[in-house]
Design a protein around this ligand. Structure first.
Ligand code: DGT
Ligand code: CA
Ligand code: CA
Ligand code: ZN
Length: 590
């Protein structure tokens, strides 16, 4: 087992012990052990396991050392397996509801016998939870909201997860001899921030073996539908995947139809009708024949009017007098009008990005050191990497105080002066916006940095008015370069805090502050729906991975997808500036 997996087991053990009400010191030892392990090099762990010297690491006692070794060697841990068997699975699930810590979960179990979400919902509905000591009406209401959100969100999946599930299926389908063309369509292709199900499309003259492969492929939990030219399965991950098979001459029409969105399709169909054409997933036909009968005839291979031919989607758009509309824009939000007027934006591309800001290191709550982050950024070919560890008020994230920040700045200066890396480091901070809109650092402290990200990490429940005022006030302060994760949302988990986004956008423009596009897969914040209008008004953005480990630097690519979905061009994104221009731009803002 590698260190990340071992650390995950240790964290799990801490949680399970907490649910059992074990000694807090013991619990903390596992949580601390997990963090410690993350900070060690993979090679060092292997060598210490081999030599039996794990205990020499400060913070790792005998019991922990033995468990880490067992996991490292065998990938299993007897103690963990036994422990898991003693805690009902439902309790762990309940723990994932916001606002319920281990102590409360235990109280629910001991006093009301609750060990599943269903029992918890029933008890809330009966008002039994509110009556418990330490709970009350408000908590009960919050729990019910949490359960409802869980159910509503349970049906969708983060784009990254859908992408990870889709990639091997796509590759598998492409290897099949009978598959002439294969694409993944739907919301995944449109780069929606969350995905309901996967939609695969295959062009073939021999569908049977492809259906056979699809329903029997690895990872299929259940086959929910199966026919001659389509199939649906539920994957072990909980995702549903649809497969459609069409004759090669229909591929482009089906591709466009299945990519959607529904709104875009409806508008395209109207446009076709206005040109005397009837458009469907089967083709583009002269409209004098009734749409339905044409489609039916085509579907059953009967003789009907012939469809116009299209080899690519560009051909299809051209048949309706339009330039190619990138899938990200196909949401029925004005893309067809813009295309007709020749005003489609030239969308940002991954290769336009020269660097990233807003990244964490082990100095606060990151898992990799400054040097490791820099090396990873260099590997990605990034010209610059902005460091922005948390500030002192974020004590849960081990935020830096003035002295530690100064030390880090010194460390970064030395790193840059050594000229060993092709990637330049910028000094920065992710400075807390305090509840009243003041900043966590004074302007003298901020003035020493290359750039400043400001973010809300506390008092999420302020009224819309207070929250808006708070953020606007903070943006008006000197030395502020960009606003971090504008709404604080965690996709499928936590609602955004209540804030007037339009007002914040206007204030950002007025104060020359950048609003980041936080590219962490659970955030993707500010939402893509706001960017088009905001950029037209003059707002600039920076695509920030908010990386807490080296592997997360690549999140900027997800951000590029969302930026494209938000109609953004290279000009709207400051991180497309080459290093020299970026240095000058930052210096000019001092
Ligand atoms: P999802 O799966 O909820 O994230 O969203 P989509 O967009 O992938 O939707 P899905 O999987 O239900 O259907 C795939 C595409 O098929 C959709 O984007 C457009 C097309 N489509 C599905 N149902 C309809 C419909 O009733 N009318 C039209 N015009 N197109 C549809
Ligand atoms: Ca879908
Ligand atoms: Ca579907
Ligand atoms: Zn943050």
């Amino acid at each position: 087992m590698n260190k990340t997996d071992i650390a995950a087991v240790l964290t799990d053990i801490g949680t399970l012990l907490e649910l059992k009400g074990e000694n807090p010191f013991k619990i903390r030892a596992y949580q601390a052990g997990a963090r410690l392990l993350e900070g060690l090099e993979e090679a060092e762990i292997a060598q210490r396991v081999e030599a039996g010297t794990l205990e020499e690491v400060k913070g790792i006692g005998e019991a922990l050392a033995q468990k880490i070794s067992e996991l490292h060697r065998t990938g299993r841990l007897e103690f963990y397996e036994k422990l898991k068997a003693t805690v009902p699975e439902g309790l762990v699930e309940i723990l994932s509801i916001p606002g319920l810590g281990a102590k409360k979960v235990r109280a629910l179990q001991e006093k009301l016998g609750i060990d599943t979400i269903a029992k918890l919902r029933a008890a809330c509905a009966d008002g039994k939870v509110a009556a418990l000591e330490g709970f009350g009406e408000k908590t009960q209401e919050k729990i019910l909201t949490g359960i409802r959100n869980r159910e509503a969100y349970g049906r969708r999946h983060l784009w990254v997860k859908a992408q990870e599930a889709s990639a091997p299926i796509l590759a598998g389908l492409r290897q099949l001899a009978d598959a002439e063309q294969v694409e993944s369509c739907g919301s995944l292709r449109r780069r929606m921030e969350t995905v309901g199900d996967l939609d695969f499309l295959v062009a073939t003259t021999n569908p049977a073996p492809i259906v056979d492969w699809f329903v029997a492929m690895e990872g299929v939990q259940e086959v929910t539908a199966r026919g001659e030219s389509k199939a649906s399965v539920r994957l072990q991950s909980g995702l549903q995947a649809d497969l459609r098979l069409v004759p090669p001459e229909q591929f482009v029409f089906a591709l466009h139809h299945l990519t959607g969105s529904k709104d875009h399709n409806v508008q395209m169909r109207h446009r076709a009708l206005a040109r005397g054409l009837s458009m469907s997933e089967w083709g583009l036909f002269p409209a004098d024949e009734k749409h339905g009968s044409t489609a039916e005839a085509k579907k059953h291979g009967g003789a009907g009017p012939k469809s116009l031919k299209a080899k690519t989607e560009a051909d299809l758009f051209k048949a309706l007098d339009l330039p190619f509309i990138p899938p990200e824009l196909r949401e029925g939000r004005g893309e067809i009008e813009a295309a007709e007027a020749g005003q489609l934006p030239r969308l940002l591309e991954e290769s336009d990005i020269r660097g990233v800001f807003h990244n964490h290191t082990t100095a606060s709550d990151g898992h990799n050191t400054l040097e490791e982050m820099a090396a990873a950024a260099e590997k990605l070919g990034l010209e610059y990497l902005g460091i922005a560890d948390h500030s002192k008020s974020s004590f849960q994230a081990r935020g830096l105080d003035e002295a530690r920040l100064e030390e880090q700045v010194e460390q970064i200066r030395k790193f840059n002066a050594a000229k060993k890396s092709k990637t330049h480091l910028f000094t920065g901070t992710e400075c807390d916006i305090l509840p009243d809109g003041k900043l966590d650092f004074s302007k003298t402290t901020l003035a020493q940095l290359d750039y400043v990200v400001i973010s809300v990490h506390s008092s999420f429940r302020q009224s819309r008015e207070d929250m808006t005022k708070r953020i606007v006030r903070a943006m008006e302060k000197e030395h502020v370069t960009m606003l971090g994760h504008l709404t604080g949302r965690l996709l499928l988990e936590r609602e955004p805090y209540d804030v007037d986004v339009d007002q914040v956008i206007d204030a950002a423009i007025a104060n020359g502050v950048v609003i980041e596009l936080n590219a962490s897969p659970m955030r993707l914040d500010m939402d893509w729906r706001h960017w088009r209008k905001a950029a037209e008004k003059g707002l600039l953005t920076s695509i920030n991975p908010d990386a807490h480990r080296t592997t997360q630097l690549e999140y900027f690519k997800l951000g590029v997808g969302i930026a494209r979905k938000g109609w953004l061009t290279k000009e709207a994104v400051v991180t497309t500036k080459p290093l020299a221009a970026m240095k000058a731009w930052l210096a000019g803002r001092k």
